[in-house]
Design a protein. Structure first.
Lengths: 395, 151, 140
């Protein structure tokens, strides 16, 4: 399935008079410096939250990001519950775990598709996104929506999983596991993909620690942090799953970790569906209490942490939100300097920033600030490099 | 010796509030707070999760959240940066992870971090009016007021 | 309904450009989902293009904040007219609760003219295809 035209992802700005999101400065074929501008999507959610009740704020934070939409509510409600130590019914903890890890699968598959597109394997893109659909269907069965599931509330979850749905969900998760296994094998066994991704965009362990990176980016560089294991919460301490850590720090490690984590997530979900006890799903919280609380969640991109201060009123006095990408994106600069322009698109994507941001990139001339290569052209270069590697490897 | 005990030994004047085994809050003045944060990060290998800035009447409260992944704890070091100067030493030269975090607090609350390599705006647009800090409590009551401040 | 789509699809291929303002990405991903095998919008002749200069239809998502409002206006000026604008998602239709934000400028239809409003958070890909078809029906 070779397509001539590229699949456009994210907004493009062909005029490019203004600073792009990711700017790369080059000398010849090598990148010598990089800059990233964020704030394009700044909508002032922390301030909006101060004007909403604790319950309403759950809906607000869900819409910070569409891909890891449940990660922010997960961390936020845990922060509010931390204020006065609210204890949840067990069934609610299991349902939270299921939703959290279903999202991990959908987010990682989305990323795999994107990475596949960047290196010119558009079949991988189509397949990864095709097999994302059953995961979104599972969300629709459980919560009523494919995205923005609004499952979380302070003290529990808003919707229950019907017993009659469980066999269908179990079968669907088996299919997802089978597909992820297939995809993993394809990635690890393909010599072209290996050649394309290995030793590209390496983030050294000491840099990763200094930059405070989290999630798969940290685990790919040998830092074994995972909030589900280190600060156990929800039902994560009641199920068995592996902590996936590698120490190469390159894009291949980041891709392999994400695929392996998908498989671990299917195991978590299966165990939760089978072990979940009957019972209430809501602690029926009447009061949040006075004080402060911190909530963490291992989002697909890493640790998501919220801090909430309550002064006894219905509204948060302060709601601090720190998404995982905030710690990971600055590290892209260290991984991209010295690399070739054909790899720039892929290395930036490997950090897994908000997907819209990934496409807003350009190669820029340092003196004149003139754009030499647009994001679209950078992706084409990346795909061309893979073609050349294919010729070398296969012939 | 646990991480908390090592901190208490080294900084004996510290005000410690052990809310529960997972959440510890330490209160300190600006210089001690920085020393504790650096000790936790460099010597005790804690991880800087983030820094929260909070506007209050006497000053801006800064909370340095350090995750101790080996002990399932988050230790928060709290310090008050006095108004109206709002000056405090940056931890970015020693902890690069703090660069964007401090930049965001600077533009949202108006705290000046001395020694920070780059305090350019991070999230706010370039044409944001100077001196208007969105997360301050009395900054502006409505968008109408914001327009008036701009003109 | 599908017979009519095939008829219309055979007449002309509809080139659609995705213009994102400050969005949470959910609507954007669902737009991309239209391309994937389940919805496969290309069998209707609807193609996503990479440049606004080739667009017949503009799919706008997200909220107009201070950074994106001028860019959106400039983008619209580049698109050859006539051009249909579809506001996808509640954020594009009305600003959603981001209206309360200090960084919010105005609803999208005060910056560029909007022909079809598709509320939802996010609207399903089937609803988006329906919106595109209704928009085409409008110019007929």
């Amino acid at each position: 399935m070779a397509k001539e035209t590229m699949i456009p992802i994210g907004p493009y700005h062909p005029l490019l008079e203004e600073p792009e999101f990711f700017k790369f400065y080059v000398e010849g074929e090598k990148i010598v410096d990089a800059e990233v501008r964020v704030g394009y999507n700044h909508r002032g959610v922390e301030k909006i939250s101060e004007g909403k009740t604790f319950d309403q704020a759950t809906f607000v934070v869900e819409r910070i990001c569409g891909i890891c939409s449940t990660s922010h509510p997960f961390a936020y409600v845990r922060a509010v519950e931390d204020i006065s130590g609210i204890v949840l019914p067990e069934r609610a903890e299991y349902i939270r775990t299921i939703i959290g890890d279903l999202e991990r699968i959908h987010s990682h598959l989305l990323w795999v598709g994107l990475a596949g597109h960047f290196i010119g394997y558009n079949t991988v893109f189509m397949w990864a996104w095709k097999y994302r659909e059953p995961v979104l269907d599972m969300f629709e069965i459980i919560s009523g929506n494919r995205n923005h599931y609004n499952m979380f509330k302070v003290g529990g979850v808003r919707r229950d999983i019907k017993e009659t749905d469980v066999p269908g969900l179990l079968k669907a998760i088996d299919d997802v596991e089978r597909f992820c296994g297939m995809l993993l094998k394809a990635v690890i066994d393909d010599p072209v993909i290996k050649a394309r991704l290995k030793n590209v965009g390496i983030l050294k362990k000491e840099d990763a620690i200094a930059m405070g990176v989290v999630g798969p980016v940290a685990r790919a560089s040998g830092i074994p942090i995972d909030v589900r294991k280190d600060h156990p919460y929800a039902a994560y301490d009641r199920v068995n799953f592996e902590r996936i850590v590698m120490d190469g720090g390159d894009v291949f490690n980041k891709a392999a970790i994400r695929l392996l984590e998908c498989i671990e997530s299917t195991k978590i979900i299966r165990q939760c569906l089978k072990q979940m006890p009957a019972g209430p799903i809501d602690a029926a919280v009447r009061e949040v209490g006075v004080g402060e609380g911190i909530g963490q969640h291992e989002a697909p991109r890493g640790e998501c942490i919220h801090y909430v201060r309550s002064n006894g009123s219905n509204y948060p006095e302060r709601h601090k939100i720190r998404a995982p990408s905030f710690m990971n994106v600055p590290s892209f600069k260290l991984t991209v300097i010295g690399e070739s322009i054909a790899d720039a698109a892929l290395i930036t994507a490997a950090v897994d920033p908000c997907y819209c941001c990934t496409e807003r990139m350009a190669i820029v001339d340092r003196e004149s600030d003139r754009v030499l290569l647009t994001g679209e052209e950078m992706v084409r270069l990346s795909q061309a490099k893979t073609e050349k590697l294919k010729q070398k490897c296969l012939y | 010796m646990s991480i908390l005990e090592q901190v208490k030994n080294k900084f004996s004047q510290l005000e410690v509030n052990e809310k529960n085994p997972k959440r510890i809050y330490l209160n300190a003045d600006n210089e001690t707070a920085k020393a504790v944060v650096l000790y936790l990060f460099h010597d005790l290998k804690a991880r800087l999760s983030t820094i929260t800035g909070l506007d209050s009447r006497p000053g801006v409260e800064l909370l340095y959240h350090l995750a101790v992944d080996s002990e399932a704890k988050v230790i928060t070091v709290r310090t008050l940066v006095a108004k109206p100067e709002l000056l405090i030493a940056s931890v970015t030269p020693e902890i690069p992870a703090a660069e964007w975090v401090e930049r965001e607090i600077a533009e949202m609350l108006g705290v000046k971090f001395t020694g920070h390599p780059n305090l350019a705006t991070l999230l706010l647009p370039d044409d944001w009016p100077a001196g208007v800090y969105p997360l301050r409590k009395q900054t502006f009551e409505s968008k109408q007021e914001l327009k008036e401040i701009e003109n | 309904m599908f017979k009519n789509i095939f008829k219309w699809g055979l007449k002309k291929s509809l080139w659609v450009y995705h213009a994102g303002a400050a969005a949470c990405n959910n609507c954007d991903i669902e737009i991309l989902d239209m391309l994937t095998p389940r919805h496969d919008v290309e069998r209707f002749g609807v193609m996503l293009v990479g440049s606004p200069r080739h667009a017949d239809v503009l799919l706008v998502t997200g909220v107009c904040n201070r950074q994106t409002a001028p860019r959106l206006k400039r983008l619209y000026e580049q698109v050859p007219k006539p051009c249909l604008v579809i506001a996808i998602g509640s954020c594009a239709c009305s600003g959603h609760f981001f209206r309360d934000s200090y960084n919010y400028v105005s609803p999208i239809d005060q910056i560029i003219p909007v022909d079809v409003y598709l509320p939802g958070c996010p609207p399903k890909p089937e609803a988006m295809i329906d919106a595109v078809i209704k928009a085409v029906g409008k110019i007929k």
